[in-house]
Design a protein around this ligand. Sequence first.
Ligand SMILES: [Zn+2]
Length: 407
Amino acid sequence: MIGELGRVTDEPGRLKRTFLSPAMKRANALVGGWMREAGLKVRVDSVGNLVGRLEAANPKAKILLLGSHLDTVRDAGKFDGALGVLLPIVALGELRRRGVKLPFHVEVLGFSEEEGVRFASAYLGSKGYCGKLGARDLARRDADGISVGEALARWNGPTPGLSKRVGVNALLKPAHLLGKLIGYLEVHIEQGPVLEKEKLAVGVVSAIAGQSRFKLTWTGQAGHAGTTPMMLRRDALAGAAEFAVGVEKYARALPGLVATIGALTVSPGAGNVIPGEVVHTLDVRHPRDAGRRSALMHFGRLATRIARQRGLQRTWQRTQDNGAVVCSPELTAQLVRSVRAVQGRSIALVSGAGHDAVVMSALAPVAMLFVRCRGGLSHHPDEYASPADLKVALRVAVHFLERQAAE
Ligand SMILES: [Zn+2]
């Protein structure tokens, strides 16, 4: 299934499926067919999310949500997202073969957008499902100048009697009320090296790191590289470099903190000119908001001190700020129990990457299962999880559902 879905692409020769694209339509048809074979009722919602529903005998029963995203990055791997949609379908098919009747409704969700490729904005699918697509999301435009709102109007087609306004209002409603939901479980490849290092097939996510992103500008004085004495220089790059090393040193010492300066431009940018201005990014993540905030305070003081000592100006611009998501203790404990039953040992992992579970945590308690991937590699065609590890993940999911049913 992973292989077959991995061949559904918008670009021949490499995997790429983006929000509401022709390949997404084909992916929904393919995965929807597998959902039907597993006994699910299938629909596609107004945001392009694929929803497969298994009804319990009692219509008033609560609902368990299982899923991940069906879109991909450019030149993607086959497992990121797809695994979390396909594995629940196989697990539910297995329960059906065993004659297990679940006393709650299940919805398997294939979100239409998580990676932020087409509109440079992530989570459009899960935001739509949660009724959190706002005016700002709908106004975003892709490279062809088409807005999210226009793309959705085209996707949904002309509906007689349904004005565009009503259609947009329908997007603002969550698919379910909070009290109706048991929770949301997402299975995903780890996209990191910890499980491989620990020699484990799966692990349980305790939290998804919050992240803050900034653009920093250091301004000094450009000057002749040959004639300006070292003591009279105000070198913006030397200041930014001292800051980068200070950020690294602090992040190495604080458990859970990761901080990265990933892009930097030097002006004027000539070999014989002292750098007058440097602009760089800063990406700071920590599983606890307090840890991230104290790191940001430290980095602020560090930048101020370096600027003062070197006679530089520095400005900060915050470009992104997402709080950490702590997974539900109850749902996570149940998942840990299933991992122990299948694998013997369970370890807690922090997700440094964002996932649909971040958005879904506003609607339901969330839990996440990570599956080992080779070399921690992801967002790459060589992304790989072994059949043996997928089998462990499947057994965990089946055990989790059976125990949920027994309680
Ligand atoms: Zn993903």
